[in-house]
Write a new protein. Structure first.
Length: 257
């Protein structure tokens, strides 16, 4: 049986994970989410991995949760669904995560893409939360992360009508950071990931956490967190190296200490 998740790297600090269930448009079944969560464990533990890119195929990033699997679960089955712990694992990944989206990015697929700290999309991408057409609703962040990304009006329209939006619209709304030709999406996401991977990892980690906290904290608490994180960096070798390299007009060599 072909592997449902392909893993490459790390190359120049970047690990590339490719969802590979083409027969089901990368629908997220338990096996695929389990494989993804296990790869993230590996990436987390590996000091050579500084950033991860998750992608799918040119036709589909992922067309949602696996509907056949979902249909087999009743209320108790949903409560005990092992996929819940895999979603939680993806959400608590501590390294920069970039999602590279082409084609259908629907339901759980869109929710997975929104777990990316940065999302890059091909011009052929279609983003949607079509769960309402199945008599259900989003369950992995589609009502929460989408609102924070695009605002209430567009999020409400997508969740209640189930109608998808184009890559261009997603760009205008702030759901994705960039769009490019579909054949360049992965290359572009990897290039961004490599740029991040070349920076001081402690600074990256704290800066990422500070930006993430902007969504959960009020401004005063967020600013306090930022100031503490900024101050902590004064204890790192990488800060000394970064400042010295600038003053000596050379490239910094960050050690992660
Ligand atoms: C299981 C799926 C699937 C899915 C597509 N397939 N989406 N299988 N779960 N989510 C399968 C189809 O059954 C078909 O298999 C094959 O992939 C190709 O799909 P087609 O429909 O033939 O392709 P096309 O006509 O191009 O239409 C593409 C599509 C459509 C518009 C994306 O497949 C579609 O509407 N899919 C469902 C999208 C959706 O509702 N997603 C939300 C799921 S609920 P066969 O064997 O027939 O060839 C969800 C909840 C998340 O995500 C909750 C998280 C906790």
């Amino acid at each position: 049986m072909p592997q449902i998740l392909l893993s490459e790297g790390p190359d120049q600090g970047v690990r590339l994970l490719t969802l590979n269930r083409p027969e089901a448009l990368n629908a997220l079944n338990t096996a695929l989410l389990e494989a993804l969560s296990s790869e993230l464990d590996t990436a987390e533990a590996d000091p050579e991995t500084r950033a991860v890119v998750i992608t799918g195929s040119e036709r589909a990033f992922a067309a949602g949760a696996d509907i056949n699997e979902m249909a087999a679960r009743d209320l108790v089955g949903m409560l005990e669904d092992p996929r819940i712990k895999h979603w939680a694992r993806i959400a608590r990944f501590t390294k920069p995560l970039i999602t590279a989206v082409n084609g259908f990015c629907l339901g759980g697929g869109c929710e997975l893409a929104m777990h990316g700290d940065i999302m890059v999309a091909g011009t052929n991408a279609r983003f949607g939360q079509p769960e309402i057409n199945l008599g259900i609703m989003p369950g992995a962040g589609g009502t929460q992360r989408l609102v924070r990304a695009v605002g209430q009006s567009l999020a409400m329209q997508m969740v209640l009508t189930g109608e998808p939006i184009s890559a261009q619209r997603a760009l205008e709304a702030g759901l994705v950071s960039e769009i490019c030709q579909p054949e360049l999406t992965i290359e572009r996401a990897v290039a961004i990931a490599r740029t991040i991977a070349s920076k001081g990892p402690i600074a990256v980690r704290l800066a990422r956490e500070a930006v993430q906290r902007a969504e959960d904290m009020d401004l005063a608490a967020g600013l306090r967190f930022e100031r503490h994180a900024f101050t902590i960096l004064a204890a790192t070798d990488d800060r000394r190296e970064g400042l010295e390299a600038f003053r000596n007009k050379r490239k910094p060599r960050f050690s992660g200490r």
